[in-house]
Design a protein around this ligand. Structure first.
Ligand code: FAD
Ligand code: FES
Ligand code: FES
Length: 1245
């Protein structure tokens, strides 16, 4: 072994040599903090979001080939990178050198909003293009499967990437063998004559071509190193951990003998999350490097042998090749494995994770182990004692010592036998989301009939997700041997399996009845599938299943996307340089794609900087008996722990309503409440110490976790509000029909991609402090910090450059955390940074709360043209009716309704649903004062302009719109106007950025400032009309005319009288309609979003590209809210869903296969900014069209099954709810638990 190892790798072509590397360091913090390459972002730290995607390139000196693959830097130990080349977004392109076509196209196709996910997106597509310069659409969606975006709704990103495909224009749905474009089936009716529409939001013609020869080459130095250097085991010794990288099998075995407890880290996708999230610690890690034997691919007579070190992505490629070459009867297991490899995690994880790591980890939800087990695979083991083979069977999977690896043993390879004639293997899985989501239940099933007699000779069934590891239904299978493959066998099998694979009501993960149903529904699918094959093989002997039932067999996948956006072109008379109404790219778009856009945590570490980590309550309601800080304080690097004691007199602050305590050390009211804060020299030290703070609790009653419990305990927020329209009681007496019921909606996590971030910097003079924070409300931050530090607001300045997504989640809690951070900074006179991890963020911050609504309605009509709201505000709903009609037409609702019904009558196990919803979204903030806005515009002597206003750029493009406004008003090109960010120093007392009105209000203020300036300058301009802005600015200066102006908008007139229930709280309404079509799988609860058409009345759009983006992004977020986003709490009130692994926001595969957005031609002028409308939030509601479409499909299924009664389905309409509502013989067959007879794993909140 080489004791003094040096770690050598390259980043963006530059060599990095680390002499004293700490093996605990992951690539992400190394890039961000050590190399100051902050383009690579932190979004979750667990491989689940893709924000940290980089490209890894490795040279294989034996094959002489270079492999490029995407990887999650958050899970990549830097010690594993010896000899590798890392490419980050900075290495792909930059505004300083040249931007790469991927970057250009994502930006110009409007694929960025807040931009925080963008570098990861760029890296995923860049890597794909390195391997496939003209990818297929399947490859593209596959490549994006591991990247989450909370803002855009993905459609523009897909559009951008499609420009690299050969077949970018087509929907790729080759139904009936004909493309949609050829058939004209998807043609959308044009708007009425006279309304010019401009269907393209970008122009492909101007894109830079992709030139693979321009890419960074693999560093020749690394190639030489791999070829020439004698390879020896490298050892890296850190403070707490030693990393051993053997380079030969012999050395690997020696290391394993020496450290039998040390894990063998390959992809680190299993060990890494355990260390990170479950507190596992390994003093020694063995990580084999390029050991040839671990990468074997051997085709033998009896099957395929695959090296344990091959990545899952490589296994996928190999299997795809093999099934092309071999007859189908031999490749049954390979087909099944490939199916699961298509949905297992995202592309990054599949490229990092190894086959061996996957098998040996034996995760309960492993997708491959059930298949490998039923496929009779064997494991080739090696130790110093020699080779040995063991079967990958139930004993191995349950870690039975006699069937497991011995301490000194390693897994070298896996034999996957060929299937035989009359042998069939299938894979099944159902997850909360189609892609990149662990299975709720998965399964591998195999049957062998021998010489075609239709009698079961062998049967193997294994399940994941239903026990602590993969479970084999061995006894059931044994009992079914010898039976013919018919309905009686199916019935017997279901009963046997349910008995054997039994799940207690309290089983971890919850969804117990759903899991039980899936277990037999999968078997039914297998039964049908095999019956169908038997029918094709021998139609006489096996008449098979009715056509109607065949629908059970196909999986629902929406992979190839197609979208259109229609908006109205500007008036031809509008000046060409006037940007209002034009689809201008987000002005930070390119910087988002190059990683040059700076977010709070991208700011360089300052001298003497400290890090602050919070300690939070682990109880839902308890008295804190004692807090012991001593152990935490004794750890190296710990500087202080801020407690309630320190904040005496300033420990509470009220924004709205009752003041909230900053820290709580007496009585806690929820899990995640802030108790104290550790301040240390580094993030690692602060977090380690935070875990050592010992709190003793005394539980208190009541523990209120649900709305129902709150009602029971009379725990209400004050100020009940009621609106009545007419005489309600009388009306109910006379109507023919009353509809009454209850609706429950689950809460939603904001899931902004940038977690809560703040940096407080004391200025060292006059108690001044700068607070840099990711917040929607700098004025509030300023106020709460000033109050906490007991200084006037003029000493505290809050600065926000941009926010990586907020959605309402960066207001109150952000302020509290910023105040505590600032307190620590002030106390120690040193900068303090606080960046929450994803899990902490989800635990500490609130979200959209759940709703319980009780209703009783007497009519279900839409507003008439001129009408009144229940609070007696007049409303002109002409455009609502117009949107509805337009949406009916563009979606061909009536025709498609007939088609859906026809489909439903022909398919028993799949149903389609179609639903349309209208939207009336009131815009306004309930009081005039809350809608005031201000701006400050300076003209400099060189003629350039600087604009500032009170709004926050959080992805919605407000700064872009403000520059458009300044450009129109000052009649100067947008390139002449700059905006640096938002600060309490330039615009004081600004209102919160939210409520869809940021551009509306601030735009009027910017307009006002610009008009003031222009008025002042008009005499000068008219004296020299051909002059430049430089000339005019100089002339104004010479004449002592101020070149700086504030602009102001006092707010929309609005009022509301809750006593009388009357008012005019809103300035205007956004109208819209959406029609969605879905298909559901009644056996699994899966659903596919087939098509959505949205028509919105947005007035005169200031920027159609940004507005389409807002609508689509909101729609997809709403779709998540109503279908898959599900918060899970323990009966003790602990949030389980604390990251992208457990909480599923929509991914690229959830976007409707067809998504059409169009704007109603502007018809009304208003006193809003250029008659535009605010659009940030309205689209969220339209997501419920998907909910109702699923509802429609479920209703169709139930109707066919004779269930005609009312159907109540709560939101979110998850696979679990869909499946359980599609009642059938399987849902009837499962055992049900008596409520109250067990403590469930989670409670419905
Ligand atoms: C975000 C995310 C999403 C995921 N999604 C899915 C999913 O949808 N479906 C699914 O099935 N899985 C999923 N996984 C799990 C993933 O498949 C496994 O983590 C992965 O396969 C483990 O491989 P690895 O090489 O990274 O293992 P490592 O973490 O490197 O090692 C894991 C274990 O295997 C042992 N080991 C590794 N190689 C050998 C060897 N040659 N001999 C002996 N022991 C060995 C190690 O000692 C260690 O204990 C996901 C993981 C993540 C992080
Ligand atoms: S930060 Fe690495 S995947 Fe989320
Ligand atoms: S742009 Fe994708 S997360 Fe904001």
């Amino acid at each position: 072994m080489d004791g003094a190892a040096e770690l050598v790798f390259c980043v963006n072509g530059r060599k990095v040599i680390e002499k004293n590397v700490d093996p605990e360091t992951m690539l992400l913090p190394y890039l961000r903090k050590k190399l100051q390459l902050t383009g690579t972002k932190y979004g979750c730290g667990g491989g689940g979001c893709g924000a940290c995607t980089v490209m890894i390139s490795r040279y294989n000196p034996i094959t002489k080939r270079i492999r490029h693959y995407p990887a999650n830097a958050c899970l990549l130990p830097i010690c594993s990178l010896h000899g590798a080349a890392v490419t980050t977004v900075e290495g792909v392109g930059s505004t300083k050198a040249r931007i790469h076509p991927v970057q250009e196209r994502i930006a110009k196709c409007h694929g960025t909003q807040c931009g925080f996910c963008t570098p990861g997106m760029v890296m995923s597509i860049y890597t794909l293009l390195r391997n496939h310069p003209e990818p297929t659409l399947d490859q593209l969606t596959d490549a994006l499967g591991g990247n989450l975006c909370r803002c855009t709704g993905y459609r523009p990103i897909i559009d951008a990437c499609k420009t690299f495909c050969k077949t970018s224009g087509c929907c790729q749905s080759k139904e009936n063998g004909v493309c949609c474009l050829d058939q004209g089936i998807n043609e959308l009716p044009e708007f009425e004559e006279g309304n010019k529409t401009s269907p393209k939001l970008f122009s492909e013609e101007e894109f830079l071509p992709l030139d693979p020869t321009q890419e960074l080459i693999f560093p020749p130095e690394l190639m030489i190193m791999a070829e020439k250097q004698p390879q020896r085991t490298r050892v890296f010794v850190g403070d707490r951990m030693t990393w051993i990288s053997p380079v030969t099998l012999k050395e690997l075995l020696e290391a394993k003998v020496k450290y039998p407890q040390a894990p063998i880290v390959m992809g680190n996708t299993s060990v890494g999350p355990e260390v990170k999230f479950k507190g596992a610690f390994h003093p020694v890690i063995i990580s084999p490097d390029c050991i040839e034997e671990l990468s074997v691919v051997n085709h033998a007579d009896d099957g395929l042998t695959l090296g344990a070190g091959l990545s899952l992505a490589q296994v996928k490629e190999i299997l795809a090749e093999v099934i092309q070459k071999l007859p189908e009867e031999k490749t049954q297991t390979y087909h099944a494995l490939l199916k699961h490899l298509g949905t297992l995690a995202g592309c990054q994880i599949r490229n990092m994770a190894s086959l061996g790591g996957h098998i040996v980890s034996r995760h309960l939800d492993s997708d491959l182990n059930p298949l490998l087990a039923v496929g009779n695979c064997t494991l080739n083991l090696l130790s110093k004692e020699g080779e040995r083979q063991i079967p990958l069977n139930e004993q191995f999977l349950t870690k039975c010592p006699s069937a497991d690896l011995k301490p000194g043993e390693i897994l070298v390879s896996v034999n996957i036998p060929y299937s035989r004639k009359w042998e069939f293997v299938s894979a099944f899985r159902q997850a909360q989301r189609q892609q990149n989501a662990l299975a709720i239940v998965n399964s591998g099933m195999r049957v062998f009939f021998g010489a075609g007699g239709g009698i079961i000779r062998e049967l193997s069934i294994a399940y994941g997700g239903v026990g602590p590891t993969t479970i084999c239904a061995k006894n059931s299978c044994q009992k079914l041997i010898g039976r013919p493959w018919n309905e009686e066998m199916l019935d017997a099998a279901c009963r046997l399996i349910l008995d054997e694979v039994s799940l207690p009501g309290w089983a971890p993960g919850g969804k117990v009845e759903f899991k039980r149903t899936l277990v037999i529904s999968f078997f039914f699918k297998f039964y049908l599938k095999v019956s169908q094959i038997l029918k094709t093989m021998d139609p006489v002997r096996y008449p098979g299943l009715a056509d109607k039932y065949e629908s059970a067999l196909e999986d629902l996948h929406s992979r190839n996307h197609w979208g259109t956006s229609k908006y109205q072109d500007v008036d031809p008379k509008q000046l060409p340089q006037d940007p209002i109404g034009r689809p201008i790219m987000h002005l930070s778009g390119i910087k988002h794609t190059t990683g040059e856009a700076i977010y709070c945590d991208d700011m360089p570490v300052l001298d003497g900087e400290l890090f602050l980590a919070f300690v939070t309550s682990s109880r839902a309601h308890a008295e804190i008996v004692s807090i012991d800080l001593s152990e935490a304080l004794s750890l190296p690097g710990v500087v202080d722990i801020v407690t309630e004691e320190d904040l005496r007199g300033v420990n509470s602050f009220g924004l709205l309503g009752e003041p909230e305590k900053l820290l709580e050390t007496q009585e806690v009211f929820c899990v995640g409440q802030l108790v104290c804060a550790v301040v240390a020299d580094s993030e690692v030290q602060a977090k380690r110490a935070a875990k050592r703070v010992k709190i003793v609790y005394q539980d208190l009653e009541p523990v209120i976790l649900t709305i129902e419990e709150a009602i029971r305990h009379h725990s209400f927020f004050h100020g009940e509000r009621k609106l009545e329209y007419g005489n309600v009681d009388e009306a109910f007496k006379v109507v023919d029909q009353i509809l009454e019921g209850e609706i429950h909606m689950g809460g939603q996590e904001h899931f902004y991609m940038e977690t809560q971030s703040m940096l407080a910097v004391p200025k060292g003079e006059d108690q001044e402090m700068d607070v840099y924070v990711s917040s929607q409300f700098p004025k509030y931050i300023q106020d709460i910090v000033a109050a906490t530090l007991k200084v006037p607001a003029n000493k505290i300045m809050c600065h926000v450059k941009r926010v990586g997504g907020a959605f309402g989640g960066k207001v109150t809690k952000t302020g509290i955390m910023a105040a505590i951070t600032a307190f620590a900074a002030n106390k120690h006179g040193r900068p303090v940074r606080c960046i929450l991890e994803r899990g902490e963020d989800m635990l500490i911050t609130g979200g959209r709360h759940p709703y319980l609504g009780k209703y009783k309605v007497r009519m279900m009509n839409m507003y008439k043209e001129i009408d009144q709201t229940p609070y007696k505000q007049e409303i002109d709903a002409t455009n609502l009716t117009q949107c509805w009609k337009e949406c009916m037409a563009t979606s061909s609702y009536s025709l498609r309704k007939v088609a859906v019904e026809k489909f439903n009558s022909e398919n028993y196990w799949k149903k389609k649903g179609l639903a349309m919803v209208p939207l009336k979204f009131p815009v306004g903030v309930l009081s005039t004062a809350a809608a005031q806005a201000a701006a400050l515009v300076h003209i400099y002597l060189d003629g350039s302009v600087l604009v500032t206003h009170g709004g926050i750029e959080m992805g919605q493009g407000v700064h872009t719109k403000m520059i458009q406004v300044a450009s129109r008003e000052l009649r100067m090109p947008m390139s002449n106007v700059h905006l640096r960010g938002t600060s309490t120093e330039t615009v004081p007392n600004a209102n919160v950025s939210g409520g869809s009105v940021v551009a509306d209000l601030n735009g009027l203020a910017v307009k006002d400032a610009c008009q003031t300036l222009l008025k002042r300058l008009e005499p000068i301009i008219s004296k020299n009309p051909k002059g430049t802005w430089k000339d005019w600015a100089q002339a104004a200066f010479d004449e002592s005319i101020s070149l700086s102006a504030t602009g102001y908008f006092r707010g929309y007139e609005s009022h509301m009288n809750w006593e009388t229930g009357e008012g005019h709280p809103f300035e205007y309404f956004v109208f819209g309609a959406a029609c969605s079509e879905v298909e559901i799988d009644c056996l699994t609860g899966a659903h596919k979003n087939i098509r959505t058409d949205i028509v919105m009345d947005i007035g005169h759009s200031i920027n159609p590209a940004l507005d389409v983006g807002q609508i689509e992004g909101a729609f997809i977020q709403g779709m998540g809210l109503y279908t898959i986003e599900e918060l899970k709490y323990s009966p003790q009130g602990v949030l389980y869903t604390r990251g992208p692994d457990q909480y599923k926001i929509p991914a690229v595969s959830d976007v409707p296969t067809e998504l059409h957005v169009s704007f109603l031609p502007p018809s009304q002028n208003s006193n809003t900014l250029y008659s535009s409308k605010g659009l940030g939030e309205p689209g969220v509601f339209l997501g419920c069209s998907v909910f109702f479409a699923i509802h429609d499909a479920v209703r169709a299924a139930r109707q066919e099954r004779g269930l005609l009664g009312p159907l109540k389905l709560d939101s979110p309409l998850t696979p679990e709810k869909i499946r359980m509502a599609c009642e059938d013989k399987f849902t009837k067959m499962i055992p049900r638990d008596e409520p109250g007879s067990y403590v469930p794993w989670n409670i419905p909140v």
